[in-house]
Design a protein around this ligand. Sequence first.
Ligand SMILES: Cc1cc2nc3c(=O)[nH]c(=O)nc-3n(C[C@H](O)[C@H](O)[C@H](O)COP(=O)(O)O)c2cc1C
Length: 145
Amino acid sequence: MSRTIIIYESRVGKTEMMAKAIEEGIKEAGVDAVLKRATNAKAKDLANFDAVVLGSPTYHHNMIQPMQTFLFEMEKANLKGKVGASFGSYGWSGEAVQMMSDTMKHIFEMDVIEPGLKIQQKPDENGLQQCREFGRAIAEKIKGK
Ligand SMILES: Cc1cc2nc3c(=O)[nH]c(=O)nc-3n(C[C@H](O)[C@H](O)[C@H](O)COP(=O)(O)O)c2cc1C
């Protein structure tokens, strides 16, 4: 069975809400998904997954610190050709999402779904629906490979 790991970090919980709704969407489409916080994640956690989905809010025009650290950890895994996608909650600029996508594409040579999903502040029902749809799109991409 195809498997996806969603690695995210969230300070106030808004990116976490997105992560859980994306997980729901992936599972609705019949693909297995697990959630893990970046703070606790290691490169070896990425073995045996077909897709890696990264979530980070934007703080000070950057990714949240544990995600920055995790991207260096991720460099130890061989992710070439695997599906990647990014998401995150933001206030006004939201650079973190593009930064994660760019790193997955240019450094890890992953097959990245673009654009990533940005939701301003706390996702409302419409935002959560967008997250579930994003999850379904990730699942369909894996199934098509
Ligand atoms: C100190 C501070 C700095 C922030 N810097 C940015 C920023 O540079 N760009 C932006 O879009 N949002 C910024 N935000 C807003 C957060 O990205 C936003 O509140 C987001 O929803 C937090 O998500 P989380 O609950 O997953 O941590 C900042 C918030 C705080 C408190």
